[in-house]
Design a protein. Structure first.
Length: 201
């Protein structure tokens, strides 16, 4: 599992639970599928990966489509959750949908599909990266994501610090269990990744 901008830095799959065998796990913003495949092969979880970018889903299917316990879906994370009636043992996002979809819409949908006592984990760009300040309110900021073909796509990003994430999580019955900062010295002295873990009450 890679949760940060620096390979090999940060925790592994253990933050999603001590034993993921035959557990149902959902990734919101799976990209090319590497993390989902890790959970499916090394931890024997049944994983669904959702991504808005069709090219990413095609890449994921071409690399890992042979795995029976791994499914990739092209679509919007919120729409997928709204159309599903499945309950999951863990939900996670690595620089994916969390932070790019309005939290007042996405977090209630996540909470609805997470079994009681089960974890949500997500990593987002640190709100202080590059020396900036976290959002002082609930409005998104303009940012960019880089697609596989190196195209920079403008996006709205909710650039919250841990305290504001905790407030939004608590509103939907998710209890913040940890907030970890990670640095990538290639990008200067400021923290680059914020990793949040929470648990459904």
């Amino acid at each position: 599992m890679a949760w940060t901008t620096r390979p090999g830095v940060g925790p592994g799959a253990e933050i999603l639970g001590p034993d993921l065998r035959r557990k149902r796990v959902l990734e919101l913003g799976c990209g090319p599928g590497h993390n989902a495949a890790c959970l499916a092969t090394r931890h024997a979880a049944g994983v669904t990966g959702v991504d808005l970018v069709g090219l990413q889903v095609r890449r994921a299917r071409s690399h890992y489509g042979r795995l029976n316990n791994l499914t990739f879906v092209a679509g919007h994370a919120l729409h997928y959750l709204q159309a599903s009636d499945e309950q999951f043992d863990a939900i996670y996002s690595v620089f994916g949908a969390v932070g790019l979809v309005p939290p007042e819409l996405l977090l209630p949908a996540i909470a609805q599909h997470l079994k009681p006592g089960r974890p949500l984990a997500f990593s987002v760009p640190h709100p202080q990266r590059g020396g900036r300040a976290p959002s002082a309110d609930d409005r998104p900021r303009r940012d960019y994501v880089t697609l596989p073909d190196r195209t920079r796509l403008p996006v709205a990003r909710w650039d919250f610090g841990a305290d504001r994430w905790e407030t939004h999580l608590a509103r939907v019955g998710l209890w913040l269990t940890s907030a970890q900062e990670f640095h990538d010295t290639r990008h200067g002295r400021w923290p680059t990744t914020l990793l949040i873990t929470a648990r459904k009450l």
